[in-house]
Design a protein around this ligand. Structure first.
Ligand code: NDP
Length: 308
């Protein structure tokens, strides 16, 4: 009954320490040390190994180290093996900090002031009250809800859009494709927290940007392939959009010489909006193993039909 961790080895050592305290009876290995592969029942991975089932024929659960599972080829994972994404408080907390930081920076025109500083320009931009800056999130899942909670005290009118309609106190919720246009038209700072699926690939495109009000801005913290780079550049260069925080790109790293690097209206961060925290992640994984062994449903099991 071995547990294998396959991701950043330094964080793997931390996982091993916390796991040993919580489940001392279960051997824990950090890739590439897997012990006897036929003993491996549980794998927590960012990228699973090639020929997963050939290597671990007795695998019972595949845990993603991250909140998303788009790095997995679900078709190659037998249907009887649950794929479990990471829902843990460390990821939610860091994501809500990043989203709040970026929303405040865009609200208070930080990209413009950083550009002015480079050019030694002293020029004020009129302050807009938070009550007049509408913040809207694409996706209303775990990370969006944590972010909305943190944004709430600033007084921004808050909204969100998801596939099925959600009901959230203090948030205007839109649901389904029919309501996307109305959501976009009422959003000044657009935040993307959608999972990457075939439906959301290239979601942030020229059509979506054209439906935002003039002067709107973007915070992209979903996944790289959701963003059309040329569409964003055109929307910024035409003046229709005023700024963007881009944390995820396709490809990653962003290639040297890419226009995003030096664009005065873009702030780039290297896919760091959030990170899984070993201590809290191990707690969640151990609790899921306990649930599984007592016949209760695990949290974060991916719905293979939806793809998230
Ligand atoms: P959840 O699964 O909890 O929430 C996903 C939300 O997106 C749900 O509200 C869902 O709708 C909505 N959604 C999915 N597909 C569609 C669609 N086609 N149209 C409309 N709405 C859709 O995910 P999390 O909040 O935990 O994570 C979101 C994503 O954030 C991750 O998948 C990952 O890609 C990204 N992420 C980025 C990180 C970074 O560092 N940049 C770190 C961690 C995560 P419904 O409510 O109807 O199901």
């Amino acid at each position: 009954m071995t547990f294998v961790y396959k991701a950043d080895p330094a964080r793997g050592a931390e996982w091993a320490k916390h796991f040993a305290l919580a489940m001392p009876e279960t051997p824990f290995h950090v890739w590439p040390d897997v012990g006897d592969p036929s003993d491996v029942r549980f794998l927590a991975a960012w990228q699973p190994p090639a020929d997963l089932m050939g290597l671990f024929p007795n695998l019972e659960v595949l845990f993603s180290i991250g909140a998303g599972i788009d790095q997995f080829d679900l078709g190659a994972i037998p249907a009887h093996i649950p794929v479990v994404r990471m829902i843990e408080p460390g990821i939610s907390s860091a994501m809500s900090e990043y989203v709040t930081m970026a929303a405040l920076a865009l609200h208070r025109d930080l990209p413009s002031y950083l550009d002015q500083q480079k050019r030694k320009v002293w020029q004020e931009i009129r302050v807009v009250p938070a009550s007049q800056r509408r913040v809207g999130i694409l996706g209303l899942g775990e990370l969006a809800q944590a972010s909305l909670e943190k944004l709430m005290p600033f007084g921004f009118p808050l909204s969100g859009w998801s596939r099925s309609r959600r009901v959230l106190t203090g948030v205007h919720c839109y649901g389904g494709r029919d309501e996307l246009e109305a959501f976009l038209a009422a959003t000044d700072i657009l935040i993307c927290l959608l999972p990457l699926t075939s439906d959301t690939t290239n979601f942030l495109n020229a059509d979506v940007f054209s439906k935002l009000p003039s002067g709107a801005s973007l915070i992209h913290v979903g996944r790289g392939p959701q963003l059309g780079h040329e569409a964003l550049l055109e929307a910024l260069d035409s003046g229709h959009l005023s700024g963007a925080f881009v944390d995820v790109t396709a490809p990653e790293p962003l290639p040297e010489g890419h226009r995003f690097w030096s664009h005065p209206k873009i702030v780039i961060t290297p896919h760091v909006a959030s990170m899984t925290q070993p201590e809290t992640a191990v707690k969640v994984v151990v609790e899921n193993l306990r649930r599984r062994s007592s016949g209760e449903p695990m949290t974060g099991v991916v719905d293979r039909d939806r793809g998230y």
